[in-house]
Design a protein around this ligand. Structure first.
Ligand SMILES: Nc1nc2c(c(=O)[nH]1)N[C@H]1C(S)=C(S)[C@@H](COP(=O)(O)OP(=O)(O)OC[C@H]3O[C@@H](n4cnc5c(=O)[nH]c(N)nc54)[C@H](O)[C@@H]3O)O[C@H]1N2
Ligand SMILES: Nc1nc2c(c(=O)[nH]1)N[C@H]1C(S)=C(S)[C@@H](COP(=O)(O)OP(=O)(O)OC[C@H]3O[C@@H](n4cnc5c(=O)[nH]c(N)nc54)[C@H](O)[C@@H]3O)O[C@H]1N2
Ligand code: SF4
Ligand SMILES: [Mo]
Length: 681
């Protein structure tokens, strides 16, 4: 008889699905979405429906290894866990003695969204060690700053409410690709007469399925939002009552947006003025109207301002009042304010080792951290839950840094990816199907627990186990390093916050998922409740401003003469950043460059031609796909490929820059000027 075990998809995806694993003869035989989960609703995305391929892949790392070839070459020999842990402990202690512990840099992101394995024992370990702290900016930090400036508390409309909307705008949000569990709610709304629009420089699958697609020039969203406000204010389409009761600074906003005519915005966004005006009217007069804003918009040079400006729209129209109104960017704040993450991460331990907070190193600036940072330089790098050799911007400099002979690198991984090739010690990691963890979500409000559903292969260990063992090896005797997984889970749930009231580990074990104790329906700003001293939404219009990215058609004209094309590299539908880079299909999809017919013709490029794309930072070889998905002037390369599988060993991040966003220190992956030509034969 087949047995069913419960799990949770740990990938960096807003949907955070509840999974059912069918076990047959001790092996995982099938993965399904839990039909009872209100957001998963019984289905999985294509990439994870086939996750057992990855789980049982011959590419899984099974044993600890030591590098024997050159850095980046990928030649390793098997060693024992004892040898591996002893070597790491000795080397880290040596670096700490000679250069100070801040010469050690952890590098991790959201390979797993699990709290224990993503920000648990690892954080305790590095805090106690006194290592540099990593500023985890690579994905969403600019947007978080922008939303917080707009709303104070960046709460969001829950996905289930989208079924009630009459107008849904996917703003820089590829819902079918990166957030597919929102789709059934959108379809339900559409069956009831709702319209669905997309705003994106790339007409992807979601845009193709929309009632209307607005091609917008990369990095120009603030101009569009200001012009929408212009029309809404000039034509008195705002919600007077809401604005009066729950906002502050409307007169200033009126002044500010006066100059932002649709005509002016057309010149910057490429969206015709009459279409902007019509969209503004429709948005302001349709209720409920929901915006799904995703992070693509804020991976541009002034991404924080873009998020901030867009997030003010529902306050102007009073859309926060409505079930199925408002805006969703991320639901994570509700978990972060209620779970006891301080107790889990133990930042206080830094004072034991350093007597102060350790320095902060921005992960987006890894290139500089490994090549120019001083006092102290980075002498040891410990990578887990991330593949920086592929995903970080300015790849040529990153790889030069990772190749340094005097850098000691430890990598905890499931697969032999680009980063693994640069390890001195390479450790095999468990997958989310093999270890215990607790999951927040950033696309819904259900807290979820997963226990191991499958046995770990070979000698793979969880991050928690590895950092626990290292702490003990290094003589850290604080009781927190002896805690079991369940101790850590209880710590996380040990909170007086009303969102967690009565939620226990026992109940999570019984049910798998539990909605946070939020009001039902949750309308965070229906009656004010913004995170400001007076609970109002403060427009602070004098701070609202738009300037085009330097690397864009309206930016640095010298640069643009040499590099006339705007490159965006959004997520590939069948990938998860670089996590499925071993799959041939994912590799092919991320080896593609979408060009407009006009830009292709000008360069003598035909469909399926090999093309070289380059700028001052690097070059990459891709296969051209000439189609109507992008407008002239824009090229689009779905991401993120394993560089090691590409000609020249580089992916698109060889071209992206380490320039930071206006606020939050985020990356500007989608503000990137390039040129393209046909590759020689
Ligand atoms: N299938 C799949 N799902 C994923 C991921 C994946 O790699 N593959 N990655 C996960 C991760 S890490 C994240 S952060 C989320 C991200 O999820 P999304 O934010 O939805 O993904 P992106 O593709 O980064 O960006 C969304 C859209 O923004 C568009 N865009 C780019 N520049 C601009 C701009 O200047 N203005 C506007 N309006 N749109 C712009 C892109 O073309 C893209 O269609 O998805 C997660 N889910
Ligand atoms: N050009 C371009 N670059 C981008 C982006 C883009 O859109 N365009 N997107 C950016 C964004 S939004 C993000 S979030 C980053 C994502 O960058 P990363 O967070 O580095 O994401 P992945 O490439 O998916 O790599 C995660 C790795 O973690 C490993 N892993 C998973 N679970 C575990 C575990 O339990 N233990 C250990 N030790 N390892 C585990 C996986 O095997 C995988 O190799 O990429 C960024 N880079
Ligand atoms: S990647 Fe997202 S949509 Fe796919 S199974 Fe995981 S959580 Fe669900
Ligand atoms: Mo991300």
């Amino acid at each position: 008889m087949a047995e069913i075990r419960r799990s949770v998809c740990a990938l960096d995806c807003p949907d955070c699905c509840s999974l059912l694993v069918t076990i047959d003869n001790g092996r995982g035989a099938r993965l399904r979405g839990d039909a009872a989960h209100p957001v998963t609703r019984g289905f999985l995305c294509g990439k994870v429906a086939q996750y057992l391929e990855r789980e049982y892949s011959p590419g899984r790392l099974l044993y600890p290894q030591r590098r024997v070839g050159a850095k980046g070459e990928g030649r390793f020999e098997r060693i024992t866990w004892d040898e591996a842990l002893d070597t790491i402990a000795q080397r880290l202690q040596g670096v700490a003695r000679e250069f100070g512990p801040e010469a050690i840099l952890p590098y991790s992101y959201a390979g797993t969204m699990g709290l224990l394995n993503g920000s648990g024992m690892d954080r305790r370990f590095f805090h106690r060690l006194g290592a540099s702290r990593l500023d985890r900016t690579i994905c969403s930090e600019a947007g978080i700053v922008g939303l917080t400036e707009a709303l104070g508390l960046r709460h969001a409309t829950e996905p289930e409410q989208f079924r009630h909307a009459r107008l849904i705008i996917a703003w820089g949000a590829n819902i079918l690709g990166t957030n597919v569990h929102l789709w059934p709610f959108i379809m339900e709304a559409r069956r009831n007469g709702a319209r669905f629009y997309t705003i994106d420089p790339h007409r992807n699958r979601t845009g193709a399925a929309a009632d209307r697609h607005y091609f917008i020039n990369p990095g120009s969203d603030t101009a569009l939002a200001l012009a929408l406000m212009h029309v809404i204010v000039e034509e008195s389409l705002y919600d007077r009552d809401y604005v009066e009761r729950y906002t502050e600074g409307f007169e200033g906003l009126r002044e500010r947006v006066r100059e932002w005519t649709p005509q002016r915005a057309f010149a910057l966004t490429g969206i015709p003025a009459e279409e902007i005006a019509a969209l503004a009217r429709e948005y302001a007069t349709t209720r409920p109207a929901a915006i799904r804003l995703n992070y693509g918009v804020q991976r541009t040079e002034r991404g924080a301002m873009a998020f901030r400006t867009i997030a003010l729209l529902p306050a102007l129209t009073g859309s926060w009042r409505d079930i199925g109104g408002g805006l969703q960017a991320s639901t994570s704040l509700a978990f972060n304010v209620s779970l006891n993450r301080q107790g889990l991460e133990r930042a206080d331990l830094q004072w034991r080792s350093l007597g102060r907070q350790a320095r902060l190193v921005n992960m987006t600036e890894l290139a500089a951290a490994l090549t120019t940072l001083d006092a102290p330089p980075v002498k040891a790098l410990v990578v887990y839950n991330s593949n920086p050799a592929a995903i970080a911007p300015n790849q040529n400099v990153v790889l030069r840094g990772m190749a340094r002979e005097d850098l000691f690198t430890v990598v905890l991984e499931q697969f032999q990816n680009d980063t693994a090739d640069y390890a001195d010690i390479l450790l095999p990691s468990t997958t989310f199907l093999e270890h215990t963890d607790l999951y927040l979500a950033y696309g819904h409000y259900y807290l979820q627990l997963a226990r191991p559903a499958l046995a770990a292969p070979g000698e793979a260990r969880s991050n928690v186990e590895v950092f626990r063992a290292l702490a003990l090896r290094m003589g850290f005797d604080d009781p927190c390093f002896r805690e079991t997984d369940d101790d850590m889970l209880r710590t996380l749930l040990d909170s007086r916050h009303p969102f967690l009231e009565g939620i226990t580990l026992e109940e999570l074990d019984r049910r798998g998922w539990i909605r946070l104790r939020l009001p039902e329906p949750f309308r965070p700003f229906a009656e004010g409740g913004f995170g400001t001293s007076d609970g109002k939404c403060h427009f602070r219009a004098e701070e609202l401003d738009y300037r085009p990215p330097e690397e864009s058609r309206h930016g640095d004209q010298d640069l643009r003469r040499r590099y006339p094309l705007e490159l965006i590299s959004p997520k590939n539908d069948d990938s998860m950043n670089s996590t499925f880079g071993h799959r041939d299909a994912a590799d092919r999809q991320t080896a593609t460059l979408h060009l407009s017919a006009e830009d292709a013709a000008r360069r003598g490029i035909r469909n399926a031609d090999r093309v070289v794309m380059w700028n001052d930072r690097g070059r990459v070889v891709l296969a051209a796909e000439v189609d109507g998905r992008v407008r002239p002037g824009v090229v689009c390369a779905p991401s993120v490929r394993w560089g090691k599988r590409a000609p020249g060993g580089r992916n698109v991040n060889a071209l992206t820059s380490s320039r930071l966003t206006d606020k939050g220190g985020g990356p500007t992956f989608y503000s990137c000027l390039v040129e393209v030509e046909r590759a020689g034969d």
